[in-house]
Ligand binder design. Structure first.
Ligand code: LMR
Length: 428
């Protein structure tokens, strides 16, 4: 029978059924705080000031401050669009094999002995966050040596949420030294020595988020040595391969070194930044185990977890990556696109440094050019960040992290002068 009641009549009927003497089943749900990174984007979008700047979220922008669709992605898109066999069937639960294999090869290297020995596998995930989460969920069930996960201090806020969310006790290892504005190498090593044997360490493979500070190869060797002696499990997060230095192999150096040292490990890979596929959620969890049989059992459990959480991964972004990674000409072109992005960031680092020096801004600023990747950890403090937002309409996280991609030849002077003002005039 058609519902002929007007909407106000229906509202009245429904209200009559609401028993206000009983509390809502959601009565005790607390309000969650806004996300520290994405709330900045929302604030920036709502701001009408003509000189507003968003250096909050880590997303690449062109010098015109526009999102960048990589030319190679456009080509792969055209291939997909014209493929008469393309359909919208489900992908396998663990993802497309050619994609996960190419992703593992990308991080571990073309001639990786671990791959040749058949002890490497992968699961396609919802970008890097999904890879972190799937790996964390697996470890929370099957890793028995420790219930402790160590993340860097400062951290990318999501790491704590992801590992805490699956029941791990999350601790922090020192990473940033405010005095040198560089790596607190000794503090990090000491924490690794003091941690219970077999702890899980979440390590950024390159372009550390939020600091932009990476260990040198010599320091990586020292880190691997301590981790081996303590039987710690390395969980690498690799969100910037190729984007950090412009060189895919260089950015993968630490992971490959650990594999060469005989570690079993996980690598969470994201193709958000290096392919500009942010919203398409293309990621991969690479598993390096001791033997093909270990790998097989681990993959079977990862697949089971994945089935329960997302059933099977989204197709579009991974298809783009799959096409590019498996076509030598497109792969070569991708490397050029990566160089363009990393060079633009390096140029902006230099430009900011030069302006701050020219303005005589108190303090030292060489850390801006020493740091690598999407972010610079400026050393600015929360009260200064607040004034930057209120007076200058510049949006950045409270910890003073700047996404260098939000700077361009169009806004760099305004930005540098604003920094100069808050450094001189805002007490911290
Ligand atoms: C960032 O740190 O800004 C990006 O990785 C976006 C995110 O997911 O937090």
């Amino acid at each position: 029978m058609p519902n002929t009641a007007s909407s106000s009549q229906r509202l009245g009927q429904i209200s009559a059924h609401l028993d206000n003497s009983k509390m809502s089943v959601f009565q005790n749900v607390p309000q969650a705080p806004a996300d520290v990174i994405f709330s900045l984007t929302a604030g920036y979008k709502a701001d009408t000031h003509p000189q507003k700047i968003n250096v909050g979220v880590g997303a690449f922008r062109t010098d015109e401050l526009k999102p960048y669709v990589l030319p190679v992605v456009k080509k792969a898109d055209a291939i997909l669009f014209n493929d008469p066999n393309l359909d919208h069937e489900y992908l396998p639960i663990a993802g497309t094999p050619s994609y996960t294999q190419a992703a593992s090869k990308l991080i571990l290297g073309e001639n990786s002995p671990a791959i040749q020995q058949g002890r490497v596998g992968g699961v396609q995930t919802i970008s890097g966050t999904g890879a972190n989460h799937t790996g964390a969920a697996f470890l929370s069930q099957y890793y028995t040596k420790s219930r402790k996960v160590y993340i860097s201090k400062p951290t990318w806020a999501n790491h704590r949420a992801i590992f805490g969310g699956v029941g791990f006790q999350v601790e922090e290892y020192p990473y940033w030294d405010p005095e040198t504005r560089g790596l607190n190498y000794q503090g990090m090593l000491q924490c690794m020595r003091d941690a219970p044997n077999g702890s899980i360490f979440l390590i950024h493979a390159c372009a550390h988020n939020p600091t932009g500070v990476d260990p040198t190869p010599e320091q990586w060797k020292g880190i691997a040595e301590v981790m081996k002696a303590k039987d710690h499990f390395p969980f690498f997060d690799c969100a910037y391969q190729g984007f950090a230095s412009g060189d895919l192999d260089r950015d993968a150096w630490a992971v490959r070194y650990f594999v060469d040292q005989g570690f079993e490990l996980f690598v969470a890979q994201s193709f958000a930044k290096n392919f500009g596929l942010y919203g398409e959620r293309a990621g991969n969890l690479t598993v390096v185990s001791k033997s093909p049989a270990d790998k097989q059992r681990v993959l079977s459990q990862l697949e089971k977890l994945q089935r329960a959480e997302i059933s099977n991964p989204p197709a579009y972004g991974s298809r783009i990556v799959d096409i590019v990674l498996n076509d030598p000409a497109l792969y070569a072109e991708w490397k050029e696109n990566l160089q363009y992005m990393s060079n633009r960031i390096i140029t902006m680092r230099k430009a900011l440094y030069e302006r701050l020096v020219a303005l005589g801004t108190p303090g030292t600023w060489n850390h801006i050019t020493d740091q690598i990747g999407m972010f610079s950890f400026t050393g600015l403090k929360a009260p200064q960040v607040k004034v930057l937002k209120e007076k200058y309409h510049i949006y950045m996280t409270d910890n003073g992290r700047v996404s260098m991609a939000g700077l361009s030849t169009r806004n760099i002077d305004y930005f540098a002068k604003a920094i100069d003002d808050v450094v001189r005039n805002v007490a911290v």
